[in-house]
Design a protein around this ligand. Structure first.
Ligand SMILES: Nc1ncnc2c1ncn2[C@@H]1O[C@H](COP(=O)(O)OP(=O)(O)OP(=O)(O)O)[C@@H](O)[C@H]1O
Length: 263
C-alpha cells in the first residue's frame, strides 16, 4: 500500500532569533491531510514559533518546509492562500460589525461586501452566529468573540487551520462547547488542523495525534497517536479510554518538562 504524501513536511527546521535564542532545533514533522494534530509542551518550547513558520509569518533559520502533496504544481509561496490562523486573542476590529470583521480577509483580496455576503453569512452560520451579523464586538461574550474570530478564519475556505491556544482565555464551559463545535466543523469539512495548547485534556479530547515538545532548545520529544473514534462528545470526557490517554499525555509532558530543565 502506498501512503499519501503528507500535506506539510518540516525537515530539520531550526529558528534562531536575533538575540541568540535557539527557539527550534532540528524539528522534523510530517503532517498528513485531514489530521488534527496538537502541539503540546511547556512554555517556551517553540510551539508558536513552529506555527508561525508554517503560516509563513516567520522564516526558518535552517531546514526546509515543503508541501509534498502539491507535487510541485503550486509554488510554496502560494500556500498562504490555503492557510488560516486563529490566535489566542480574537483581535476583532471594535469599530466594525461582526459582518465587517468576518468580511476582512475577503476585503483584503478585493472582494466587495455584496459579493462576499453569501460566504460571510455561511461562515457565521458555521459558528452559530448568523443572527449577530450586525452586532459589534463590545456586545458579544468572550466565547462569541472567539466564534467570530473562527468564522473570519473559515471564510476563505482554508485547507489548513492553524490555532494558537484559541480557547485558553475562555471559561471551562465555553471552552468545552467550542471544542465540540470545532470537532464538528473539522469532521464536516475535513481540514487539516494544527492546534497549539498547554492543556493535556484539550489535546486528548480534540486530536488524533499529539506532538510533545521540550524547550531550550525547542524540539519534538514524543509523537503519540490518540486512537479513539470520532465523533467524540461529552461521554468521551468521562470514558476510561480518555483517561488512559490523558495519563499517557501527562506523563509525556512531564518527561518533556524534565528534558527542558536539564538542557
Ligand atoms: N521575537 C523573538 N525574539 C527573541 N526570542 C523569541 C522571540 N519569539 C520567541 N522567542 C523565544 O523563543 C522561544 C520559543 O518561543 P515560543 O513563543 O515559540 O514558545 P511557545 O512554546 O509557544 O511558548 P508559550 O507556550 O509560552 O506561548 C522562547 O524562549 C521565547 O522566549
Amino acid at each position: 500500500m502506498t501512503q499519501a504524501a503528507p500535506l506539510i513536511s518540516l525537515r530539520h527546521v531550526s529558528k534562531r532569533f536575533a538575540n541568540g535564542t535557539l527557539a527550534l532545533n532540528d524539528l522534523s514533522l510530517d503532517i498528513a491531510q485531514g489530521e488534527f494534530v496538537s502541539l503540546l509542551g511547556p512554555s517556551g518550547c517553540g510551539k508558536s514559533t513552529a506555527l508561525r513558520i508554517i503560516a509563513g509569518l516567520a522564516n526558518a533559520s535552517g531546514g526546509k518546509l515543503e508541501w509534498p502533496s502539491a507535487s510541485g504544481a503550486t509554488p510554496v509561496a502560494e500556500h498562504g492562500a490555503e492557510i488560516s490562523f486563529v490566535f489566542q486573542e480574537p483581535t476583532l476590529m471594535p469599530w466594525a460589525t461582526v459582518f465587517g470583521n468576518v468580511h476582512l480577509p475577503l476585503k483584503l483580496k478585493g472582494v466587495s461586501r455584496t459579493a462576499a455576503r453569501d460566504d460571510v453569512m455561511a461562515a457565521l452560520d458555521m459558528v452559530g452566529l448568523a443572527g449577530f451579523a450586525d452586532s459589534y464586538p463590545r456586545e458579544l461574550s468572550g466565547g462569541m468573540k472567539m466564534r467570530v474570530s473562527i468564522a473570519r478564519a473559515l471564510v476563505t475556505k482554508p485547507r489548513l487551520l492553524l490555532m494558537d491556544e484559541p480557547f485558553a482565555a475562555l471559561d471551562e464551559i465555553t471552552r468545552f462547547k467550542l471544542n465540540n463545535d470545532l470537532l464538528h466543523l473539522w469532521s464536516t469539512f475535513g481540514w487539516t488542523v494544527i492546534f497549539v495548547t498547554h492543556s493535556v485534556f484539550e489535546s486528548v479530547y480534540l486530536s488524533n495525534r499529539i506532538v510533545v515538545m521540550a524547550a531550550r532548545p525547542g524540539r519534538v520529544v514524543e509523537d503519540m497517536t490518540v486512537d479513539a473514534p470520532y465523533p467524540r462528545e461529552e461521554e468521551f470526557r468521562t470514558s476510561s479510554l480518555y483517561n488512559d490517554y490523558c495519563r499517557k499525555a501527562s506523563e509525556a509532558l512531564h518527561r518533556a518538562m524534565e528534558a527542558s530543565e536539564g538542557s
